[in-house]
Design a binder for this molecule. Sequence first.
Ligand code: APR
Length: 235
Amino acid sequence: MPKVAVLTGAGISAESGIPTFRGKDGLWKRFKPEELATPEAFFRNPKLVWEWYDYRRQLIARAEPNEGHKILARMERELPDFTLITQNVDGLHQKAGSEKVIELHGNIWKVRCLSCGAEYYDYRAPLPEIPPRCKHCGGLVRPGVVWFGEPLPPEALEQAFNAARESDYFIVVGTSAVVYPAAQLPFVAKEYGATVIEVNPEETPVTRIADLSLREKASTGLKKVYEMLKEHAQG
Ligand code: APR
């Protein structure tokens, strides 16, 4: 039975109405990452950073998982050896029914207290006060996401690289593959002998090493990939 690993990026949530970061109408066209998605930005102006996350949380709270998310949840149920790795923080994979999700960049619904260190989920959208305070000690909390310049959660990173090395199929969906270390995963998978399949309406640095690169949106491309994998699994 094939070992299948999947890496998703913002593109898989595009069909749920969540803007990507680098596309033509991407978030980094309207906002500056260095002003909103770095530790320095947060300590300089926690209120501004929280206003931006509150805006994104409200957007995500109204979003529903799309067919692409649902196909990946079905793959997890039907394929005996399946690993889902995501760069996304929107939690839409879990909302679609995926149970084991390796979140490399954290989760926008998580908060972490800078005073007592408590980490918990806060699903309120909009937030009643900005910046929000820790429910345990009243201290300042930060979003439980990974900002530029910050280390990724070590356990998630290790699980992701192990999955890439051991996979027979490594499927890359909806990522521009320019942010490291996540972007290294398809190259590691390839180096360890995986068949690399990409689903993206545009070319990316992964395209040149992909065994198959579908110029498709996530829901359409994943339907085709799923059919192929089912055929392979039936031998
Ligand atoms: N289906 C599939 N892919 C799509 C779709 C779609 N419907 N629409 C857009 N895309 C593709 C774009 O072509 C692009 O290659 O999704 C990709 C989105 O790229 P980015 O916006 O760069 O998002 P991502 O690759 O996830 O960014 C990685 O950068 O800003 C940080 O931490 C943030 O996790 C994020 C990381």
